[in-house]
Design a protein around this ligand. Structure first.
Ligand code: DL6
Length: 821
């Protein structure tokens, strides 16, 4: 008899043996004394064993064949838990489930035991994760480079209705998915000064004499593709002091001084900055950015030189994507490495740099556009600043040729902002050093050209393009909504998982009554599941038959969670004054974190919970209206909530949301959208058909015109009695135990400033919500709309986005990986 290898075999007996083996030899436990986490780890190692061959073959093939690689440089990767995703991608979910069950364990519990790596804030980091999944699934050679934060995004608790931030200790019980590669460590300079010198051939150079040097250690995580052999790498850097102790100081008795350096160096990758769409001009943040960028570029160069005699063809082998401006310093750092270390002549080096990088813009919000005070930059990175000055000097010479005698253009285009205190503008550095610049949805890419990067567009129109975002159907349908996925597959086969356009075949079932019934049952099942979860988490009973109206995303004024609350209060008032009001019962579900220093966002959370307290406890209302704030919105919770939604709230002020990706996840799971013409909503509506989308609100040009004319929110307050009633009720202290102060800042902000035009959009929103209520009463038609939404979501797979990047920006080809025995 042939006995399978315990590390790779896939028979049930082998898998069972492997789990016990890992439990014993890695965890050092017998089953009798093992915790749930021990079993989770044993299972995770069992699965990791089964992807290692593919992973190593992928690395080896890519290095040996010297293929062009994509490097996704991103300060954030919000990957979510790995275990179940890997089971699905490897195609072994059923077998492993059986082995686990036969071992007397519960697969669901083990999957849920995984601590999710919260290495991102929201959309930008999650997009990076979806793109990694698609790169592997499409067999595109790729590395995701980023930071291994010891503490990721904080865990959120709600106490007395307010957000409380708790440290995220995601590494405390071990991380079975990563492998440290200390042999590939690099060093990074900080501080100090620069000095000129002449080499033996009488050539002039500049040397950076750093104040201190930090070591970067890479940690690799495998990123499996769906049912392919490709397993790409996410390589995250951890900082460490070069020497643990300064022995000289140690010997003279300055023990604490001696460990200072160690502590300072390790601080670089300690914690993720928890701001979304708001820059934090802290020096440590710049240190993080430069640290991971320098580590990553040095790593690419090391790999490149394994097969190539020099860096002349670097740009032919590496396509480096800048995920927003966080890694934009890479443009100057690659120049520095080429010129100072590899002694390239400037022009030749610049030719390589320009052909290597491309830049994605993810926001138009002015408070999110990164700029660094020259002082801070120069003190921390003196040589990099000199390189930036030289890039700028040469660039401005070009500008003078294109726009002679136009000093205005010089000041708007320069990398250095000299309008007051002097700053380095990171978006300008990214634009100048990139061959392509893209926004993340059609509307957003147009606005990038029309507004913040307009002068760059005039200079280089050919650089500008659009890549509409997408999300991976593996995690956001197959994994999070197995019932619906199986129902779909039972009708059209499983080709849609790799080619989402195949969902189109579902259209013909929209008219099929039996199918619609099955569709509703699948939805009802997950709604019941979410209702149980709500009961368990916040102790509130919700009616699973009610319309689940969901808004989950970061809390931000431009995303207008408070507009949603104005609707809830409107509905509440209507129900109170007319107990027979004929509207379907609704459960409003919110989730999302507020940046810890963002006053208004935190108050909006309190506002939601306070309104919930009143509404949920009003005996007249019963279960016709419930308002739930579920704490700690993250990837895992997203997987639970998107499938259970009936209505997706995408209600940002037009022109403010670059794309949105939650909007896609909802629609893919059969929720209908109520939304503005913002970000990717525009394209979702185009695809699903206007009759299957609830549109309201001002358009982007209307927003701009209204602002230009001088927007006076009080006019809406005075002219819409319903709105006045709602704001007056809040101002009276009705939702704050009689305290008119608690929400004064919200009410005053709306009445006297209202930068995101809630009052201007209120009427249209309320009317649209009435249409939603009417539509929900006709369940047959609602189901039809829901099916058509899913059927028409093919465009929004991240596979399509990645294909667009490969074809139009990176010029890269897939490489299939052979599995050796
Ligand atoms: O592109 C991913 C995601 C978009 O879907 C969101 O609309 C956008 O708000 C988000 N942007 C950021 C900005 N962070 N920075 N810089 O997270 O990107």
């Amino acid at each position: 008899i042939k006995i399978e290898d315990d590390r790779t075999g896939l028979e049930i007996q082998t898998l069972r043996r492997a789990i016990l083996d890992n439990l014993f030899y890695i965890q050092g436990k017998f089953p009798e004394i093992a915790t749930k986490n021990d079993f989770y780890l044993a299972l995770a190692y069992t699965i990791r064993d089964r992807l290692l061959q593919r992973w190593l073959n992928t690395m080896q093939t890519e290095i040996k064949n010297d293929v062009k690689k994509v490097c996704y440089l991103s300060a954030e990767f919000l990957v979510g838990p790995h275990l179940e995703n890997n089971l699905i991608n490897l195609g072994i979910a059923e077998k492993v489930k059986q082995a686990v069950t036969e071992s007397g364990l519960n697969i669901k519990e083990l999957i849920e035991a995984e601590e999710e790596p919260g290495l991102g804030n929201g959309g930008l980091g999650r997009l990076a994760a979806c793109y990694m999944d698609s790169l592997s699934s499409l067999e595109v050679p790729a590395i995701g480079y980023g930071i291994r934060y010891e503490f990721g995004i904080f865990d959120q608790e709600i106490k007395d209705g307010w957000q409380v931030e708790i440290t995220d200790k995601w590494l405390q019980y071990g991380n079975p998915w990563e492998i440290a590669r200390p042999e590939a460590s690099v060093t990074v300079n900080f501080g100090g000064y620069t000095e000129p010198y002449t080499d033996g051939h009488n050539q002039f150079h500049v040397r950076w004499v750093p104040g201190y040097v930090v070591k970067g250690i890479p940690y690799d995580t495998p990123i499996t593709g769906y049912k392919v052999n490709t397993v790409n790498t996410m390589r995250l850097w951890r900082s460490e002091a070069c020497e643990s102790f300064d022995f000289q100081r140690f010997n003279v008795g300055d023990y604490y001084g001696a460990v200072d350096d160690k502590v300072n160096s390790e601080n670089i990758t300690k914690v993720l900055y928890p701001n979304d769409e708001q820059i934090e001009g802290k020096e440590l943040r710049l240190r993080q950015q430069y640290f991971f960028v320098s580590c990553s570029l040095q790593d690419m160069i090391r790999i490149h030189l394994l097969n190539n005699p020099n860096l002349d063809n670097f740009h032919e082998q590496w396509a480096v994507q800048l995920n927003d401006t966080h890694p934009a310093v890479a443009v100057a750092e690659l120049m520095r490495l080429l010129v100072d270390i590899y002694e390239y002549e400037w022009g030749k080096a610049w030719n390589i740099v320009e052909k290597t990088f491309a830049y994605t813009n993810h926001t138009l919000l002015p408070e999110a556009l990164e700029k660094w005070p020259i002082e801070i930059f120069g003190n921390l990175l003196p040589r990099v600043l000199e390189v930036i000055y030289e890039i700028n000097r040469r660039f401005l010479d070009q500008v003078r040729i294109k726009f002679p005698n136009d000093d205005g253009k010089i000041s708007t285009l320069s990398i250095i902002d000299e309008s007051g205190e002097r700053y380095v503008r990171m978006a300008h550095l990214a634009c100048i050093g990139s061959h392509h610049i893209n926004g993340v949805a059609e509307l957003h890419s147009q606005l990038v050209k029309d507004t913040i990067l307009h002068d760059f567009y005039l200079l280089w129109p050919q650089k500008f393009t659009n890549v509409t975002n997408g999300v991976t159907p593996r995690r956001w349908m197959v994994q999070s909504n197995p019932r619906l996925s199986k129902l779909i597959t039972s009708k059209i086969g499983d080709g849609w998982i790799k080619n989402l356009q195949e969902l189109k075949q579902l259209e013909r079932y929209a008219e099929d009554q039996t199918f619609r019934q099955q569709w509703r049952e699948a939805k009802q099942f997950v709604k019941q599941d979410l209702a149980n979860y709500i009961q368990e988490k916040v102790g509130i009973t919700v009616n699973p038959e009610s319309l689940f109206d969901v808004q989950v995303k970061r809390i931000h004024e431009y995303k207008r969670q408070h507009l949603n609350v104005l609707h809830i209060i409107t509905l509440y008032k209507q129900m109170k004054s007319n107990p027979n009001l004929d509207v379907p019962p609704r459960t409003f579900i919110f989730g999302g974190k507020a940046a810890p220093g963002y006053f208004m966002a935190k108050r909006i959370i309190k506002f939601i919970t306070a309104v919930g307290d009143v509404v949920n406890n009003d005996g007249d209302i019963g279960d016709r209206l419930k308002v739930i704030f579920l704490p700690d919105y993250n990837v895992t919770f997203g997987q639970r909530v998107y499938p259970a939604a009936d209505l997706s709230e995408q209600i940002s002020t037009a022109g403010k949301e670059a794309s949105g990706t939650g909007n896609m996840k909802f629609s893919m799971n059969g929720a209908l959208t109520i939304g503005t013409l913002d970000g990717a909503n525009v394209e979702i509506r185009q695809e699903v058909g206007e009759e299957n989308f609830f549109l309201f609100g001002l358009t982007t040009p209307e927003v701009l015109t209204l602002k230009d004319q001088g927007y006076v929110p009080r006019r809406y307050y005075h002219s819409i009695p319903e709105l006045k009633g709602v704001l007056d009720l809040i101002a009276s202290g009705f939702f704050s135990h009689g305290d008119p102060e608690l929400f004064r800042s919200i009410v005053d902000n709306l009445l006297y400033d209202d930068p995101y035009l809630l009052l201007a959009d209120y009427k249209s929103y309320i009317e649209c919500q009435e249409k939603v209520s009417q539509a929900y009463k006709d369940q047959e038609n609602w189901s039809k709309m829901s099916i058509l939404n899913v059927a028409r979501m093919g465009k929004f797979s991240s596979d399509r986005s990645i294909q667009d990047y490969c074809n139009n920006i990176w010029n890269t080809q897939p490489v299939s990986i052979e599995l050796k025995d």
